[in-house]
Write a protein that binds this ligand. Sequence first.
Ligand code: ZN
Length: 346
Amino acid sequence: MILPARHGGMGVRDPTERVAAAYETSTKGTSLLVSTIQNGDPRDGPPFNPFQHRADMQQAVRQERRATDEAAKERFEDGLQQLPPERRRAVHRAIEAKTAGWVTCRPDAEDHTDLTPDEFRDNMAIRYAYEPPKMPTHCDGCGAPYSLDHALNCGVGGLVIRRHNEVVNVLCDLSAKAWGESAVRKEVVIVEPEEGEKGVRMDMVVRGVWERQKDVSFDLCVTNADASSYRNQSTASILKNKAKAKAKKAYHSRVCEDKSIYFTALCVTVDGVWGREANGFFSRLVEKLRTKAAWADKSYSQVMGWVRARLSIALARSASMCVRGGRRRWKIRQAGAEDGAGMFVV
Ligand SMILES: [Zn+2]
């Protein structure tokens, strides 16, 4: 918890632990300034140089950060070894893929990066693979014993589809900011279903991503990498297989090729590890955003951080919805109301 987010913690600093190192850094960094204030400029040396003072300060801070990072890495490795294998896997994945966007981004209602306390707690549970507090004993959708794993996988009640749609909404919003509202279409039917044949529907089509004026269709797949069926696979291979074996890809690619539309599968785990194709798309998205006036003065890493934070928050929010949301199906009884308004009954 007290480790930095990039080293597997939650970035909550303990001042009593840091005070000794911070004092030493401060003493080192300000030694020239303190000596000048106490004794004045040296008679046989150069006068006080504010640039030298700044360089000393920066070097002291750099040294402390390096030492803190080393200590955090060691502490993380020690803690990791004490976890059971299934939890070790989830925590290790969080570090490898740097999925702490929702932990470190500043909550801002305008950017939709604010989480409720429950959403925050649930995602901590997903990050460290433990059961969230106050969970029901049984699923209200299918009646199976309830667990984090079940909550993230149970398709009853449409929560898994809503999770998928929440992330698609953010992808559409970001794409519209980059390529313009008119270049983005959501839930596009590429091929109408016919008798005995399934149609082809894409989550999003954006014009101009890889080539000018050329449409690219995107299909999103959110998967739980900790599901029991994936226990023996690495996250990279899960995402790779999803992108490939999502039989849609081959089929869609062919259909899209026929219609001169590119196809890109965007695969992501519930805790925010994106596949190779998705990362390529984000690079393109950030490059395009930086050509807009609102982002022109921001660096590539700043804009990428913002994009990833928005997606990370959308995933966090929707994962919590799967954990806390109701799956019970509501029946609507007309109850004889003359205006046709229904009444919800359990
Ligand atoms: Zn269920």
